[in-house]
Design a protein around this ligand. Structure first.
Ligand code: NDP
Ligand code: 2IT
Length: 450
């Protein structure tokens, strides 16, 4: 029998499909939200009357533009650039830029939509946005990346600003790219402002911003474990990815006494049963951030196993932290995790777990945190970078890290507030979505029909 609740969700999703055809990632992200929010709205007619959810899935503005650039061999090249300005109800648009060959409008709309809820959860005044390009930085020289970034910013600069829209990094956009983008913005506007976050410390960046997503994830994991009177000490941890988020997730796992045993890239994963220790992590960081090599070289160096074309989820573990890319953990992977005794999955990446996998984890009592809650430490610290830029001061490492820790604990509290059921179990998906929604929805209502 179809329940009223389910039919209201289906009706809503039919409308989403009709208005956004062939955008599967966007559809997936909206569906996750709808599952929590449609029933919530039914009980809170003020949001229904104002048609808030339907307004929220429509981006305030989307920019799509040509990015011409020249490669080192003198060939004329072109990519597509985007900025999705999703929602500015609670602050200027804020969110990263992704440079990856799979970038398209569906991917960026899903990321921008999630960002709205995530930024709201941080309690900082930031709206949601996302952008990027199908440009692939892999195999490009520094000069090619610089020319691309300069061309990208030559269009984007007209649409962003410290009080309008503040981009940052994401997949394929790290400190090198942010530096080139910032340099070009400054040149075009003749203004030194905090228009981007993730900047180098020498030119306005915040201490702890590079570490923030990974560190924040582990602060959140410790809070989740606390609800079961446990800690990370001695727990075996699977991590996917080997980029910014994965690297600092490994570092903080070590700090909390956990044992990180895997890392991956798009070619495969390494399994280091003895654990990735501080010295090995240093090698990994140099390999990925400076040499821009492949994860296989870690296995070659330390004599551990490398699994070409595979994902790490079949390795027995206590905790799994997907930190690479969307939909990297599917139902089969979730079954393996459950079979092998995994008790907690928390997302460092955005939407890495498929809906079927989430259902499986929930069904089997695995603690599961969606990225919009557990990876919010990155954008939260971007918010702290904006504050420091505005008051033209730098805070110490300890001060920023403590603020980050407090924000992550507060997000955990919000998830409990809206996600705890009568039996005391916490549905973090429900909790994060409702908590994120309420603040944005209330602001939209207060601001009128905009
Ligand atoms: P990086 O570019 O630094 O690293 C991305 C990692 O993911 C690389 O190891 C990359 O491998 C791997 N990867 C990319 N595509 C695939 C794929 N198809 N299959 C398997 N692995 C893949 O990005 P970040 O670490 O910054 O971002 C990782 C995730 O975290 C993303 O989902 C991002 O949206 C999210 N995130 C990032 C934040 C930040 O502050 N940076 C904040 C919050 C979330 P390879 O080198 O082979 O491409
Ligand atoms: O997905 C994310 O939250 C990010 N890539 C960070 C965004 C930001 O503005 O710091």
């Amino acid at each position: 029998m179809i329940t009223t609740k389910q039919s209201a969700i289906d009706k809503f999703m039919d409308m989403v499909d009709l208005k956004n055809p062939a955008q599967p990632e966007f559809h997936q992200a909206v569906y996750e939200v709808a599952l929590a929010i449609v029933p919530f709205i039914e009980k809170n007619p003020v949001y229904k009357k104002a048609n808030i959810l339907e307004r929220m899935i429509e981006a305030e503005r989307i920019l799509i533009f040509r990015v011409p650039w020249m490669d080192d061999a003198g060939n004329y090249r072109v990519n597509r650039g985007y900025r999705v300005q999703m929602n500015s109800a609670i602050g200027p648009y804020k969110g990263g830029l992704r440079f990856h060959p799979n970038v398209n409008l569906s991917v960026l709309k899903f990321l921008a939509f999630e960002q709205v809820f995530k930024n709201s959860l941080t309690t900082l005044p930031m709206g949601g946005g996302k952008g990027g390009s199908d440009f692939d930085p892999k195999g490009k020289s520094d000069n090619e990346v610089m020319r691309f970034c300069q061309s990208f910013m030559t269009e984007l600069y007209q649409h962003i600003g410290k009080d309008t829209d503040i981009p940052a990094g994401d997949v394929g956009v790290g400190s090198r790219e942010i530096g080139f983008l910032f340099g070009q913005y400054k040149r075009l506007k003749n203004e030194f402002t905090g228009v981007l976050t993730g900047k180098g410390y020498a030119y306005g960046g915040s201490l702890i911003r590079p570490e923030a997503t990974g560190y924040g994830l582990l602060f959140f994991v410790e809070e989740m474990l606390k609800t079961k009177n446990q800690t990370l000490k001695g727990k075996k941890v699977l991590i996917s990815g080997s980029g910014n988020v994965a690297q600092y997730a490994i570092e903080k796992t070590l700090a909390f006494g956990g044992i990180p045993v895997t890392a991956s890239d798009s070619n495969g994963f390494i399994y280091d049963p003895k654990g990735i220790d501080a010295a090995k992590l240093e090698f990994l960081m140099e390999l990925k951030n400076v040499k821009r090599g492949r994860i296989k070289e870690y296995a070659d160096k330390f004599g551990c196993e490398y699994f070409e074309g595979e994902k790490p989820w079949g390795i027995p573990c206590d905790v799994a932290l997907p930190c690479a890319i969307q939909n990297e953990l599917d139902e089969e992977d979730a079954k393996l995790l459950v079979e092998n005794g995994c008790m907690l999955v928390a997302e460092g990446a955005n939407m890495p777990t498929t809906p079927d996998a989430i259902t499986w984890l929930h069904k089997n009592g695995v603690l599961y945190a969606p990225g919009k809650a557990s990876n919010a430490g990155g954008v939260a610290t971007s918010g702290l970078e904006m504050s420091q830029n505005s008051i033209r001061l730098y805070w110490t490492r300890a001060e920023v890290e403590e603020r980050l820790r407090i924000i992550m604990c507060d997000i955990h509290d919000q998830c409990i507030k809206y996600g705890k059921d009568e039996k005391g179990n916490v549905d973090y998906v429900k909790g994060a979505n409702i908590a994120g929604f309420v603040r944005v929805a209330d602001a939209m209502i207060a601001e009128g029909h905009v």
